[in-house]
Ligand binder design. Structure first.
Ligand SMILES: Nc1ncnc2c1ncn2[C@@H]1O[C@H](COP(=O)(O)OP(=O)(O)OP(=O)(O)O)[C@@H](O)[C@H]1O
Ligand SMILES: [Mg+2]
Length: 355
């Protein structure tokens, strides 16, 4: 019998939602701007709508600087938001530290990119995990119970036998083992949501799959909602149920992962997929059918003065006059499996637009 057989049927209930989520970082004002009313800001995230459900992985994909980590930190309530709403089980939550923050953290945990930086080098695995359990009141009444809980945490992340790892320091572990300890620490809170910010990008390619498989197993066994942040759209197809594509602070496409990666609609998503190395395409270089989506040149825009209309329009070979003036809404598109959703914020999909 598998672990999932013992669980009640997963309902994919909505746990965490963001609506209109916006984060602008003010830019330090220079001498000249002191005399003007000009207030510059980095538009890191604008009007983001996202839903995380139990038992589902949602990937957030985009290039460096597109605002992915800012989204994770906003959802973890590590930054105050400029505007918008974050709802946990339907209830709007705004916390500024203290007991409320701790209560929120019990349900929403974050895993960082660099497990070496997120574990204190002078403390053992036992210390890190005991602390997590104590903070969240899950350390048990007796030392035997605590010991058992520690063992269970390590077993959950497949560090077996647990005794071998409990008294190790971070530098005595491999990168993959350290990331597993970080995951175990997050599980110490018994959360409903894991926000994983590029959890495998600092690991050797050979062990990435193991850590992703572990997260998928946890999603199923513990019915977790996982936000998986990545540069790598190919891994989103493998690992995530839904994929959201972010460009310069805005979501541009989203939906069922299979559909978004197999039938990408937004020119930026197509560019991301084309940029991934694919040996099958090497012999077709120069074929006009494979004209790159990025003929206009490949620099992401300034987020201090982002392009008006669609933020991708200066790089888009399909750009129409409207693209530079009007922000495209989400247009619904077909889904490969017939289930789930697929949308793109691109004027190409407005009824009657030439594709
Ligand atoms: N604390 C901050 N203060 C000012 N600007 C910030 C801050 N944090 C992020 N930014 C800016 O916000 C934008 C988005 O940054 P963010 O780190 O969210 O991107 P990212 O998609 O996670 O990039 P990467 O893939 O490199 O991790 C960037 O232009 C960044 O310079
Ligand atoms: Mg980041």
């Amino acid at each position: 019998m598998t672990a999932t057989d013992t669980e009640p049927a997963t309902t994919h209930e909505v746990v965490l939602e963001a609506e209109g989520l916006t984060k602008h970082f003010p830019v330090r004002r220079g001498l000249r701007s002191l005399f003007t009313r000009e207030r510059k800001a980095v538009h890191a995230v604008d009007d983001l709508r996202l839903t995380l459900r139990r038992g589902r992985v949602t990937a957030l994909v985009g290039e460096s600087g597109s605002g992915k980590s800012t989204v994770a930190r906003l959802l973890a309530q590590l930054y105050p938001r400029t505007s918008g709403d974050i709802r946990l089980h339907g209830e709007t939550i705004t916390v500024h530290g203290g007991r409320k923050f701790r209560a929120y953290c019990r349900q929403v945990q974050m895993i960082f990119q660099d497990p070496f930086a997120s574990l204190n080098p002078v403390h053992t695995v036992r210390y890190h995990l005991t602390r997590a359990l104590k903070i969240h009141g899950r350390d048990g009444k007796t030392s035997a119970e605590l010991e058992d809980n520690l063992r269970q945490l390590l077993l959950r992340v497949q560090l077996t036998p647990p005794e071998r790892y409990l008294d190790k320091f971070p530098h005595e572990l491999s990168g993959g083992q350290r990331q597993r300890v970080s995951i175990a620490r997050a599980l110490g809170a018994d959360p409903e949501v894991l926000l994983a910010d590029e959890p495998v990008s600092m690991l050797d390619v050979s062990i990435r799959l193991g850590v992703l498989n572990l997260l998928r197993d946890l999603k199923e066994r513990l019915n977790l909602a996982i936000l998986y942040i990545t540069h790598d759209i190919a891994s989103a197809r493998y690992f995530a149920d839904e994929t959201m594509v972010m460009y310069a602070g805005r979501l541009v496409e989203g939906g069922d992962s299979e559909t978004v990666t197999q039938q990408p609609a937004h020119p930026y998503t197509r560019l991301l997929i084309e940029s991934a190395p694919d040996p099958d395409r090497l012999d077709r270089v120069g074929d006009p059918k494979d004209a790159p989506e990025d003929e206009a040149g490949g620099e992401p825009p300034s987020l201090i003065a982002p392009p008006t209309g669609c933020r991708f329009h200066p790089r888009c070979i399909h750009a129409m006059p409207k693209c530079s003036t009007e922000l495209p809404p989400r247009f619904e598109l077909p889904v490969i499996s017939g289930e789930g959703e697929h949308w793109a914020a691109c004027w190409l999909y407005e009824e009657g637009a030439a594709k």
